[in-house]
Design a protein around this ligand. Structure first.
Ligand SMILES: [Ca+2]
Ligand SMILES: [Ca+2]
Ligand SMILES: [Ca+2]
Length: 456
């Protein structure tokens, strides 16, 4: 097996992150409830989208189905044992991924370019806690990597420290550097002179934010304001004339939960200014509906596909974003990108305290291509530890998790998935965690998967 390792490792060194060169968009999103992919993902655990998973749908997924981009087990591995309880598998981890943004080049973004907000505080093993009011990523080495944090948002919008339940639930970054935000609760802003309802949208203009790459390094106090209040958003919802997941007319948004720039451009005007058109999801937009501020309120269109069903034409059933129909709820976070490399591991058996089944799944391989699965026993669980990784240039997950044990290789099925359940008879000492990572040759080059950790 040494030779195989040598071949694969040298292949990684030559892999280049070449642009995919596709004009169409992919939509990354999170969901308010548990949903299933339209494809079924070959019956693997990748076919379940929980509120702690990030899904992606678009032209690169083969069939038009949402698929897992990053599973909660991947984020668990990235964050490490942040709560220091010497237990490396946490469920729930972050409650929900309730806001999503991709920063940097939107072509060929990787897991480290994904920024998000959480419902619960997410402690990171090597430093920092991602608070519900932050928008953050997790940097290599398991530390919080904020795009903008709770305190900066409070400063820019004049939100009192006495407001304890402060939770970002939608974010969109204008290429100009402005940030659009919505919150989970109604929040008094500008020192109580205005109320931003949960169905409204605030803006922090670019002139009030200093950026270093994808991180806000300074904010101007009290420079943000309401871009669209909840009444305006509700008017837009009515104007869109959109059906919910049982075909009923939707009259109010209830809560804006996801935001992104409208890929079709244009602007909207409110009482406070003129802004780029935004697309948004919301709590009453069931069936995974997405609307736009364009034309006074309309059904959003991505790659020419309407993102909801017009009232009178049946239900919005979720298939427009690649979810399996049947009571599909609303979308939570939204982020549009150019098509990107997707290769991810998951498992339906994250905690294996005694001998029994051990499930490993990988998704996003090219159909028929061999998927190589590797592992590394991290060792006896220490409080606050995390699985070490090193940067590795490849089109998919940008780090190698230092695996040293080859497990198996199998060809991916027609959906690009390998799903194996092995009889695990013991062998890993109890109280150890094991990191798994897959490798495959994709059209874009030799690619590493997002890693998972199983707890023994
Ligand atoms: Ca833990
Ligand atoms: Ca949040
Ligand atoms: Ca909101």
């Amino acid at each position: 097996m040494r030779r195989l390792h040598a071949v694969l490792c040298s292949s990684l060194a030559f892999a280049a992150a070449a642009p995919v060169g596709h004009a169409q968009y992919e939509l990354s999103f999170t969901t308010l409830g548990v949903e299933n992919t339209l494809s079924g993902s070959s019956g693997s655990s990748l076919g379940t989208i929980t509120p702690e998973d990030i899904a992606i749908v678009g032209p690169q997924t083969g069939v038009y189905s949402a698929e897992t981009l990053l599973d909660h087990l991947n984020l668990n591995t990235l964050a490490g044992d942040g709560d220091g309880d010497a237990f490396y598998y946490e469920a729930p981890l972050a409650g929900r991924i309730d806001a999503l943004e991709v920063c940097g080049a939107s072509a060929d973004f990787t897991a480290r370019d994904v920024f998000f907000s959480t419902k619960l505080p997410l402690p990171c093993a090597s430093g920092g806690v991602i608070e519900p009011g932050d928008v953050s990523g997790i940097r290599i080495g398991a530390g919080a990597n904020p795009m903008i944090d709770d305190l900066q948002i409070r400063t820019a919008l004049g939100i009192s420290p006495n407001i304890l339940s402060f939770d970002v639930d939608a974010v969109a970054r204008d290429p100009s550097g402005a940030l659009f935000l919505s919150f989970e609760q109604d929040v008094p802003i500008l020192w109580g002179t205005q109320m931003l309802f949960d169905g409204g949208i605030a803006v922090i203009p670019a002139s009030a934010l200093t950026w270093a790459d994808c991180m806000v390094t300074a904010v101007l106090p009290d420079a943000g304001f309401i871009a669209a209040n909840e009444n305006l958003i509700n008017t837009m919802v009515v104007n869109a004339s959109v059906a919910d997941n049982v075909g009923n007319f939707i009259q109010v948004v209830f809560d804006v939960d996801g935001l992104e720039l409208d890929p079709n451009g244009g602007t909207f005007t409110s009482g406070s200014g003129t802004f780029p058109n935004l697309i948004f999801s919301g709590e009453y937009l069931t069936g995974g509906g997405i609307l736009s501020t364009a034309a006074g309120g309309s059904i959003a269109t991505i790659n020419g596909i309407p993102m909801a069903t017009a009232f009178g034409w049946g239900a919005t059933d979720g298939t427009q974003v690649g979810l399996a129909p049947g009571g599909v709820g609303s979308l939570d976070g939204l982020a549009l990108t150019q098509p990107t490399c997707r290769f991810v591991m998951d498992s339906s058996t994250p905690f294996i305290p005694t001998p029994g089944p051990l499930n490993l799944a990988a998704g996003g391989a090219d159909p028929g291509e061999l998927v190589y699965v590797y592992a590394r026993i991290y060792g006896v669980d220490v409080p606050g530890g995390f699985q070490p990784s090193v940067p590795a240039a490849n089109p998919c997950f940008p780090e190698w998790y230092l695996w040293n044990t080859y497990l198996f290789s199998l060809p991916a099925d027609a959906l690009g998935i390998v799903d194996v359940t092995l009889p695990y008879g013991g062998g890993v000492p109890a109280g150890n965690n094991v990191v798994f990572q897959a490798l495959t040759n994709k059209t874009a080059g030799w690619s590493l998967s997002a890693p998972i950790t199983l707890q023994f």
